[in-house]
Design a protein around this ligand. Sequence first.
Ligand code: PLP
Length: 385
Amino acid sequence: MKNLHEIDVYPRLSLPVRSARACELILENGHSVLDLYGGHCVNTLGAGDRGLERVLARQWRKLSFATNLLAHEARAEFLAALAPTLPELPAGERWGVFCSNSGAEANENALKLALDATQRDVVVTFTGAFHGRTAGAAAVTDGKKAFPRAPFEVRRVPFGDAEAARAAIDARVAAVILEPIQSLAGVVDPPAGFLAVLRAACDAAGAALVFDEVQTGSGRLGSFWAAQHFGVLPDVLTTAKGAAGGLPIGLTLARERCTRHAKHGTLGSTFGGGPLVLAAAAEVARRIAAPGFLANVRAASAALVNAAQRGPVVAVRGAGLLLGLVLEEGLSAAAVRDALLERGVLVGTSNDPRVLRLSPPLTLLPGQAERLGRALEGLSAGVSR
Ligand code: PLP
C-alpha cells in the first residue's frame, strides 16, 4: 500500500500463519507447527475453541455491546463465574473488580487505587519487572522503554532481595508491585519465602501488595492464581492476557482497603466490561474451574519439563505452563528458537538471551510435549552461539 504502513515496532518471525486450531498453527505452506507460545499466554483454551465460539455467537446475537451505565446478564454471569476462583479473604472481606482492556491498564488502575487509598506517593518495584507501556505501568517496568518521567516516585529493588525490599518498604510507600514469577525477565522464580517477606513488610508499613498476574493468572501455574500457588494473599491482583481467551481484557481485583476512596468516575472505560468480552471471560473462568482442567495443566507441565531434559537445556524454571528453559552457556535463545521452528515447534525468547519461554495453551495434552523433546534432541551441535 502506497500511503499506509505499520510502524515498525515488532521484530516479526518469518512464519506466515494461515489458521490455528487448539495448539497447532497451520502455515501458508500447509505445514503444522506446535504452538508452545500460545499467543503470549492469551490462548488459554487453545485456538478456535468451540465452546467459546458458541458463547460468543450467543452473546453477540443477544446483546453485542452496552454502555457501562447499563446492567446486563453477561456482567452478572461473569461475576458469578469469577468469584469462586478468587483467593480466599479473611472473614467479612470481599474483592472488588474493575474491567478494562489490557494488562497495562489493569496495572495503571491498580496503582491509582493504591496511591489514592494510602494518600502516599512512592511505589516499590523490582529489577527485571515488566508491567506494560502506559505511563504508570512503564514507570514500574525495568528498562529503557519507559516514559521520560514517572507520574510518582519509584524505588527499584533487586528481585528476590528480601533485605533490600524490607528497607525500601516504609511509611511513604503506597504500593509494592511485582509479577509473582517474572516472565519477560526469563521466567525468574521468587526465592522461597520472598513473597511472604513482602506481605509482612507491606503489612508493617501500611502499603498495598499488588500481584501483577497478567501472565500467572487464569490457571497458568496449575492453580487459578499465583496467589494460591504461593499461598500469599495480595491486596490487589491484576490480570489480562488469557482471561478472556483471546479477546482484549484487563481486570483489577482489589480488597476494600484499596477501594474505599473510589467514587463514581475514579476509574472508567468505554469497552472494558462490555457484554461480549465478559461472556468470554465467564466461559474461560468456568472452564478453568471445571474438574480436571488444572490437573491437565500440571500434567502437561510435567511432560514438558521431562521433554526438556534433552538437547541443550541445562535447567527449567517456572511453574505450570509458564516455563523457562535455560540453555547451555554460549547458546543464543533466539538461534535455538529459530532452529526449533524449523523442526515444527514454536517457543518464545525472553530478556535473558539464554532463556526460552514456553506459555502454551492450557489445553496442551501431555502427549504433545514429546514433539518438543524430539525437536530439542541433538540441537546444540548445529546452533550458532
Ligand atoms: N504485565 C505483564 C506481566 C505482562 O507480561 C504484560 C504484557 O506482556 C503486561 C503487564 C502488559 O499487558 P498488555 O500488553 O495487555 O498491556
